[in-house]
Design a protein. Structure first.
Length: 153
């Protein structure tokens, strides 16, 4: 497997570990809270799960489904429960890992288009973006989780 897919797999693995460690002890209320005006942890976890799915869809040469577009529009919804939120996140990471493994066998320089405007990129470019984007939002989730835990005192 090429270096890029291995790095993406590692980023996804770290995302699962870090989210479990830092966000796993939050209550339903805390997951939906917006401390200091920050986006809620629930949004960050939904966004990671759903954005990785969207980016991998483009990497596979496909366009987004109406279900994926609806998911994008509902990422900020409130009232997420720990159980449903962590189930969606874990399932998305597991599925994404398998999809990245498959993409590891294709030419990473293959051109791809993103969105309605078909912005130009490549399979490799999308895979790198999956890793980068995931880690950015994991960091934001962790920061918000730390603020929430500090506010308990």
């Amino acid at each position: 497997m090429a270096v890029v897919p291995r790095g993406v797999l590692h980023a996804l693995e770290l995302a699962q570990e870090d989210v479990t460690k830092w966000c796993g002890g939050l209550t339903d209320g805390e997951l939906n809270e917006r401390p200091l005006g920050l986006p809620p942890v629930a949004f960050q976890l939904r966004h990671i799960a759903r954005s990785v799915d969207r980016l991998l869809t483009y990497a596979e040469g496909e366009q987004l489904s109406s279900e994926q577009i609806a998911g994008l529009k509902s990422e900020m919804e409130e009232a997420a429960t720990r159980e449903t939120l962590f189930a969606e996140f874990s399932t998305a990471i597991a599925r994404s890992t398998e999809r990245v493994r498959v993409l590891g066998a294709v030419d990473l320089e293959q051109p791809r288009g993103v969105g309605k405007k078909q912005l130009p990129t490549s399979v490799g470019g999308l895979l790198i973006h999956v890793a980068d984007h995931t880690q950015r939002h994991v960091g934001q989730a962790i920061t918000t989780a730390k603020v929430l835990v500090a506010q308990r005192s």
